[in-house]
Design a protein around this ligand. Structure first.
Ligand SMILES: Cc1ncc(COP(=O)(O)O)c(C=O)c1O
Length: 469
């Protein structure tokens, strides 16, 4: 039953999210409506508006300019009916094998993969160097824990350090863990510097940093926080790209600023290079750590090894994952020596993080991405894809609102529901990913060439021409 229709005694979990208050509640639908009534407003003086009654998508925008949002979900609305916990909305499609930029089903259907498992299979499927590295390592040692020296891990860390602003690296298993490490590092930095009260981090509206308790609080999206109780405290959210709002949000307890140089899930929104430079200046002025989440946009995807290189700005801390393992779960938190000063023995850890198997594959990924001219080739291919998408958007300027993104992290903002469009393209043999703001995200493997661009464009053109995605 859709929320809000029918019985007023229907129980809902609600989370009111907005600056400066965040709270959750269990209440009935009748109470929820009451809360957001003019009478309630009068009594409590909140900026909530009557638009709250608008509930179809379950996200209730409340005086958006103030950043207020209410999200309500009905417990028990999605019963567990399978051995798999139903946390994902999955397409009715399974793949048997992959080869380069293609995926194949058991019955032989071929798909051009411009999704890359949400930006993970950086070098496509079944890349011979990665397969060889995995097989070679599989015959030697898989796991021994961080109680021992792991030469493959040492080597990967040294290579990342040599290629970046960083002096030191912590390895984990996912993007959320990499960001979690960055958050802990920022707090520990303050503590180590004798300012333990400085724990707050400024983050950005529309951000996505993962699904752990801390990273959903960092992302600050009501739809991810709803139902999970009090959010982890310590995050202040400001509009993406608004330097005045960042400056205003800095207080005595602020320890850092955390940003995706290009928001992925948020709709392929690129931060202006000047904005990133201004963040660096603010961080330096106030003694804050600047953290970049390059989980999605790093590892050559933008045509630079790191997305921030395009802006000529370096962070103090950086979260990396996705493409780093080329399909094997790996995450990394890179930091300067100064920023990592508090990360002493015993302060953080991971059983699996940096195990020999994952490290062998990640080293093989680096072998390819750090080859001479690899990222230059990404720039050439991405310019071609970008130009063709712009051309497409001119021809179909009714359904296509905008072409966004950098390198091979591109987005088509459309009128209509991008999830439906992504499903329609999938039926035509092209895999893409939906993102916020009705964006169709294109995250192809970095090994694509002109022939793959042509093939994708043919599918997109056919789809837009038919008007029936
Ligand atoms: C920018 C960014 N940060 C963090 C994450 C979380 O990564 P993971 O799903 O590997 O935990 C994602 C995942 O999409 C991401 O795009």
């Amino acid at each position: 039953m859709p929320l809000g229709s029918g019985d007023d005694s229907w129980p809902v979990s609600a989370i009111h999210y907005g600056s400066p208050v965040i709270f959750t509640a269990k209440l009935t639908w009748r109470e929820l409506k009451e809360w957001y009534s003019p009478a309630y407003r009068e009594q409590h003086g909140t900026p909530l508006t009557r638009r709250a009654a608008h509930t179809d998508n379950r996200v209730l925008p409340m005086g958006r300019r103030c950043g207020h949002q209410l999200y309500a979900s009905a417990p028990g609305g999605n019963p567990v009916t399978s051995a798999l916990m139903p946390t994902y909305v999955r397409a009715d499609l399974a793949f048997e094998r992959g080869d380069g930029a293609y995926l194949f089903t058991a019955d032989g259907h071929r798909y051009l993969d411009f999704a890359s498992g949400i930006g993970v299979t950086l070098l496509g499927h079944n890349h011979p160097q990665l397969v060889a590295a995995l097989k070679n390592q599989a015959d030697r040692i898989w796991h021994c824990s961080n109680v021992f020296q792991i030469p493959e891990q040492q080597r990967l860390a040294e290579r990342l350090v040599a290629r970046s602003f960083a002096d030191t690296v912590f390895f984990c298993n996912s993007g959320a863990e990499a960001v979690e490490c960055a958050i802990k590092l920022v707090r520990k930095f303050s503590d180590h510097a004798g300012a333990p009260q400085r724990t707050r981090i400024i983050a950005f509206e529309g951000a996505f940093h993962g699904r752990t308790l801390a990273t959903i609080a960092t992302g600050g999206q009501a739809k991810h926080l709803a139902g999970f109780g009090p959010p982890v405290p310590g995050f202040d959210h400001v509009p993406f790209g608004n330097i005045d709002a960042v400056a205003k949000a800095i207080g005595d307890e602020t320890a850092g600023i955390l940003i995706e140089p290009i928001q992925g899930e948020g709709g392929v929104r690129s931060a202006d290079p000047a904005f990133l430079r201004d963040l660096r200046d603010l961080a330096d002025t106030h003694g804050l750590l600047l953290v970049f989440d390059e989980v999605q946009c790093g590892m050559g995807r933008t045509g630079h090894f790191f997305a921030h290189e395009r802006a000529g700005v370096v962070p103090d801390v950086l979260a990396l994952a996705k493409g780093l393992g080329g399909g094997v779960p790996v995450g990394a938190c890179l930091a300067t020596r100064t920023a990592a000063a508090g990360m002493t023995p015993g302060s953080h850890g991971s059983t699996f993080g940096g195990n020999p198997l994952a490290m062998a594959v990640a080293n093989a990924v680096l072998d390819v991405v750090l080859e001479d001219e690899f990222v230059d080739r990404v720039r050439v291919t991405s310019a071609l894809l970008h130009d063709r998408l712009v051309e497409l958007s001119r021809r179909f300027n009714e359904p296509i609102v905008e072409v966004r993104g950098v390198g091979l992290m591109l987005g088509l903002r459309i009128r209509g529901d991008s999830r439906e469009m992504v499903a329609g393209l999938r039926k035509r043999g092209l895999l893409t990913v939906a993102a916020a703001e009705n964006v169709i995200r294109l995250l192809p493997p970095l090994i694509i060439d002109e022939s793959h661009v042509n093939e994708a464009m043919t599918v997109l053109e056919d789809a837009f021409r038919s008007g029936r995605l």
